[in-house]
Design a protein around this ligand. Structure first.
Ligand code: CO
Length: 178
C-alpha cells in the first residue's frame, strides 16, 4: 500500500464533478486500499478520490479511525455512493477536511441519510447512517460533485476561514524554508 499525494484548497481538481466508476478491477481495489491508507496516515475519518487527484466517484470512510486500537477501526469503501433518502431533521457538527488543513467550522447536515453504493467486492449495498457516519458520508459525497464544506457556510464565515487557511499555508511555507 502507498500513501497518495493530497490535493489542498484551492486546487481546481477539488471543484470537478467526478465520473461514475464502471470498471471493477484490481486497479480500482489498489486505489481503494491506497486511499484508506492515506486517510489513516493523515488522520482523517473520510477521503474522496478528487482529494488524491482522481475524478472518480469513490470515497473511503471510517467513523472510528483509531491508531491505538486497530481492531476498533471500521473502514468502508463506497463506490458510486448516492444519497437516496434523508431525514427532515438537521444537526450542526464541527467539520474539518484534509484538503483545508487545520481549519474547522460548524456545518448543518441531515441527521440521517440512506446511501446506496457498491462495495469493495463489487456488490450493491445500502446503509442507513446516523450520528457521525451520516455527517462524514454527506461531506465526502459532496466532494464528488466539487462541493466543499465551506460552501455550506455564510460568506462571512467562509472568508474568515479562508483567511486563516492562507495564514496557515504561509506559516508552513516559512517553516519549510528555514
Ligand atoms: Co473533505
Amino acid at each position: 500500500m502507498s500513501v497518495l499525494k493530497l490535493y489542498e484548497y484551492p486546487s481546481p481538481i477539488l471543484r470537478e464533478k467526478c465520473e461514475k466508476v464502471s470498471v471493477f478491477d484490481d486497479e480500482l481495489r489498489i486505489l481503494l486500499d491506497n486511499m484508506l491508507e492515506t486517510m489513516y496516515v493523515d488522520k482523517g475519518c473520510g477521503l474522496a478520490a478528487p482529494q488524491v487527484g482522481i475524478t472518480k466517484r469513490i470515497i473511503v470512510v471510517d467513523p472510528n479511525p483509531s491508531d491505538d486500537d486497530l481492531s476498533a477501526r471500521q473502514p468502508m469503501h463506497l463506490i458510486n455512493p448516492e444519497i437516496i433518502w434523508h431525514s427532515e431533521e438537521t444537526v450542526l457538527f464541527k467539520e474539518g477536511c484534509l484538503s483545508l488543513p487545520e481549519q474547522r467550522a460548524d456545518v448543518e447536515r441531515y441527521e440521517r441519510v440512506r446511501v446506496h453504493y457498491i462495495d469493495y467486492d463489487g456488490n450493491e449495498q445500502e446503509i442507513l447512517a446516523d450520528d457521525i457516519l451520516s455527517i462524514i458520508l454527506q461531506h465526502e459525497i459532496d466532494h464528488l460533485d466539487g462541493i466543499l464544506y465551506i460552501d455550506h457556510l455564510s460568506q462571512l464565515k467562509r472568508s474568515r476561514l479562508l483567511k486563516k487557511l492562507e495564514k496557515y499555508y504561509n506559516e508552513e511555507k516559512h517553516k519549510k524554508v528555514e
